[in-house]
Structure formats: structure tokens, C-alpha cells
Design a protein around this ligand. Structure first.
Ligand SMILES: Nc1ncnc2c1ncn2[C@@H]1O[C@H](COP(=O)(O)OP(=O)(O)OP(=O)(O)O)[C@@H](O)[C@H]1O
Length: 212
């Protein structure tokens, strides 16, 4: 199947008395062109699902596949691109170089996508500045632009509007929706109702289980 498949996944951390069971038989799918919001209380397991979908780790039980391949085996940002909760930008690089890095590594000219995303996400005034000299909200939009620059098969975004004011939330939401319309599968972990409103579906987690 194309897109993201999370099939009957159980996952936890640690061992013995320190063991924490986080996910219990979680299944969900995100098809190409679909934007799915992942909602749920703090600690319900949203970031854990994002990490598994991003391939940062393998599930202890069940399967996580992107376009039919185990997510943890994919190291190609044209296939899976990520906005981690802490953004994961390279502090020594400029905003522009961070955004263009996946394209440069893939041997793709990022010029058109970079110009479009810098405008759409209001980054134009400081693209030459080091990311360390930008605000947290600007860094978050930089991380969103970096995730979208290759129009990946799957984008996984963990709370991508958390540091934005209302106008910039609108811009981020519009960029995510446009990327989905262009064919990417989008998984967005978020408490933000404005993202839920544009999502094709909202999948809710509670204590590591999908609830309806
Ligand atoms: N590396 C880890 N070791 C032990 N427990 C962990 C680890 N990572 C997460 N947890 C625990 O797993 C549970 C789910 O965490 P997770 O970050 O996935 O939740 P979340 O829904 O994203 O929360 P939030 O909305 O606060 O970001 C929490 O109880 C958390 O304390």
C-alpha cells in the first residue's frame, strides 16, 4: 500500500521496573494526498507514533511501513521528511541552507521550492541569517519548509504550529494543506484545532490507544 501504514503497533520504553508501555495495538493509515491530524492528551503517545512513522525507531510489536517498506529502513527525505518537536535544525547553517539541505543531499535544485516556501511561510526577510539568530517561531517555520522542500511521499510533523501566532498558524496550515493536495501523505500531531479543521481525518489517541 502507498502512504503510511501503522499496523497493530505496541511499543514502550525501558525494562524491568522502569518499563513504560506507551502504545497498545495502534493501527492507522495515511494515504497519499491525505492530511491526518493526530490528537490526544499530553502523554497519550503522539510523539511516539511520529518517531515510529519517521523511522527513528522500530516498533516492538506490529509494523510501520511507508510505501510498503519498513519506516526504519528509509533514510531518504524525498520519501519521509520530519519536523521533530525540537525542530532538529543545524545551528551552524543559515535558514536557507537548512531548508535546502535535503534537496542538496538528493542532488535536486531547490531554487523554485525554496522561493515558494520562503514566501508562503514568511521567511524571506532572514533566509541568510544563521538559525541560531532567529526566533523559535521562525525556526519552527524553517523546519516546516525543510520538511516540505522535496514534496516528500510522507511528511511527519510533531506540533508544527506550537510556536506560531495566529497569522503564522494560518500560513503553516495552508502550506501543509497545499502539500497534501499535491499528493504527499501528511501526519500531523497537534493540539491545534485550526489544523484539525483542515485535516481529512482526526485520529485521537488516549493512553496509547486509538479512540473514536
Ligand atoms: N524515551 C522514553 N523513555 C520512557 N518513557 C518515555 C520515553 N518517551 C516517551 N515516554 C513516555 O511515553 C508516554 C507518551 O509520550 P509521547 O511523547 O509519545 O506523548 P505525546 O502524546 O506526544 O505527549 P505531548 O502532547 O505532551 O507531547 C509518556 O508517558 C512519556 O512520559
Amino acid at each position: 500500500m502507498s502512504g503510511l501504514e501503522v499496523v497493530d503497533v505496541s511499543h514502550g520504553y525501558g525494562a524491568g521496573t522502569g518499563r513504560v508501555e506507551v502504545l497498545h495495538g495502534v493501527s492507522l493509515a495515511v494515504a497519499p494526498g491525505e492530511l491526518v491530524a493526530l490528537a490526544g492528551p499530553s502523554g497519550s503517545g503522539k510523539t511516539t507514533v511520529c518517531h515510529l512513522a519517521a523511522g527513528f525507531e522500530s516498533p516492538e510489536r506490529g509494523a510501520v511501513r511507508v510505501d510498503g517498506r519498513p519506516a526504519a529502513e528509509i533514510a531518504d527525505w524525498a520519501v519521509v521528511a520530519v519536523v521533530p518537536q525540537q525542530h532538529g535544525l543545524l545551528a551552524g547553517l543559515s535558514v536557507e541552507d537548512n531548508i535546502c539541505l535535503p534537496a542538496h543531499r538528493a542532488g535536486v535544485d531547490p531554487a523554485a521550492a525554496f522561493t515558494r516556501l520562503a514566501e508562503a511561510l514568511d521567511l524571506g526577510a532572514f533566509t541568510r541569517r544563521g538559525v541560531a539568530e532567529t526566533s523559535l517561531g521562525e525556526q519552527q517555520r524553517t523546519a516546516v519548509a525543510r520538511a516540505l522542500v522535496l514534496a516528500p511521499r510522507l511528511a511527519v510533523l510533531d506540533e508544527p504550529t506550537g510556536h506560531q501566532d495566529d497569522d503564522h498558524v494560518e500560513q503553516v496550515v495552508a502550506a501543509l494543506a497545499a502539500t497534501a493536495r499535491a499528493g504527499s501523505a501528511m501526519l500531523v500531531a497537534t493540539h491545534d484545532q485550526r489544523v484539525w479543521e483542515v485535516a481529512d481525518r482526526v485520529v485521537r489517541l488516549d493512553e496509547g490507544r486509538v479512540v473514536v
